[in-house]
Every structure is written in C-alpha cells, then in structure tokens.
Design a protein around this ligand. Sequence first.
Ligand SMILES: [Zn+2]
Ligand SMILES: [Zn+2]
Length: 305
Amino acid sequence: MDIDIFFLGTSSGVPTVERNVPSILIRRKGEHIYFDFGEGTQRQIFRLGLGFSKKMKIFISHLHGDHIFGLLPLMQTLTLFKRRYPLEIYGPVKLESFLKYNMELLDIEPTFEIVFKPIYHNTILDFGEYYIKVIRNLHGGLSYSFRIEEKGRPGRFNADKATKDGVPKEYWSILARGEDVKVGDKIYCSKDYVIPPPIRGRSIVYSGDTMAFDGLIELARDADVLISEATFTSELKDRSIETMHMTALEAAKIAREAGVKILVLTHFSARYNDLTNHLIEARKIFPATFIAKDLDVLTIPYVTP
Ligand SMILES: [Zn+2]
Ligand SMILES: [Zn+2]
C-alpha cells in the first residue's frame, strides 16, 4: 500500500490567500496521521475529498497558535458528526489542559474518547507496524520534530515456497515480517520463507518549527522524505535567528548531511508570494528540493522487490 502525504497548510504564522496555516496528513493503510492542525485545516481536508478516518492520530509539534487553532473546531465537528471512535492526540504536555479548559468553556461534550498522550524529547512511540520518534527542537517553548518509520521486513516473501508447503495464506504476512508461526503442532519459521536482503521501511521526517541543529540531521538520517520548515531565505537570516526558524539554505544543508532522498520545504513566512528564491538557494546545496503548495499530495509507493 502507498503512503500519501497531503500538504494541508504551508504558510506559517498567518494564512495567506494561497496558503493556509500548518498541517500535514500522512495516510497509510486507511489510517490518518496528522502533524499539526492549524485554523482552517478542516476545510482543506474537505477540499481534498478526505473524510475523517476511524483510525485517526494527531501529533502537535508545539503550542503556537498557527499549529493548534484548528483543534477546537475539529472537536466540535466530530461531535456534531457523532463520532464514536477514539481520537488519539499527542503533543506537549500543556496541550491537554488547553483542550480540556476550552472544551469545558465552550460546552463541547465530545461523543468520542480523546486519548491524550504527552510527548517528550528522545522518545520512540511504537505503533506496531511503524514507530514515531520524537526529539526536542530549538524553538520557543516545548517544540518537537518527528520521524515516522515503518518497521522493515527481513526480505522478499517466497510465495512459491509457501504455496508448495501449504502454509495457510492468513499467516503469510506474519512470516513476511519476520515472525514464526505455529499452526496446530507444525511450526513455520520465517527465515525459510523470506529471501534476503532485508527491506527497509519507508520513513518521513517532519521538522515542526525550529532553528537548524545537529539532532535534526540524525533524526532525518537516510529518510525517504524530509519535510522541513523554511520560513525565510538567507536574506532574512537575522530574522530567522530572532524568531528561531530556519532558512531554505539551512534546511538544504540538513537534507544533504542526513542523506535524505527528497526535501520538501514548507512553513513559509506570509511575506513571500513568490518562493523561487527559496528553491534556488536550497537546490544549490540539495537538488532534490521541492516547494510544498497547499493541497499537494506526495505519494511514496509500496515497493515489492
Ligand atoms: Zn509555526
Ligand atoms: Zn512556532
């Protein structure tokens, strides 16, 4: 199955006519995983014809308004829709009281369970088929970057042998991911049904808001896609330091050092109508750079070797 990355908002502090405030949706196997949820994100979701998935997680990088002001309207909508499935929200510890306090004030009584989990520096959250690593950024308050990575497979699955040996089909995917299977008193060993070399899972890194720092290079090491903020170009380097953001050039240097495949720039200051200079300065350092536009979709295909 493919992984689709939807760019729902690519501006920074304020929306513009062309760009909404930050939100990214990663869709994998029907699960919707959001990173940040700025004001107006719901409309972006509807414009793309995407509904709300039964399986939905929201990760909030930090508590600046441009990244969280879409959450309360979302709670209201999901309540009006009479959602029954739990909603998982991960973010800086204070996010929980922000939601509780405001929902009480607004008399929003959700029809669904909100499962809030605080995030911390240098933690790895295990979601079964993939994990999400969290590290702390250099930005105002508690702010985080994320790496979502699928667990790898030990090799290509040998369907011919599995058929020949009469392994029931429902166990194939378990063997393919490296686990042995017991059926009655017969044991099938994964190593007999996979052909090396091991296959790495796909990985996507999202920087949130931050200044450039070495930890981000490590987080992004060999990733398929690095989605990085690039609020400014180098001409406004001083401003980027004052506001603890990055320039396009700095994002490109991180992409090069980390050896990522693709760099996608986002979170642009609303002062820029034209992002050609962002692209030019980044591509000098890292040619595989792209500028995200609102409602762009980037697909990472599932490769069967
Ligand atoms: Zn921001
Ligand atoms: Zn911020």
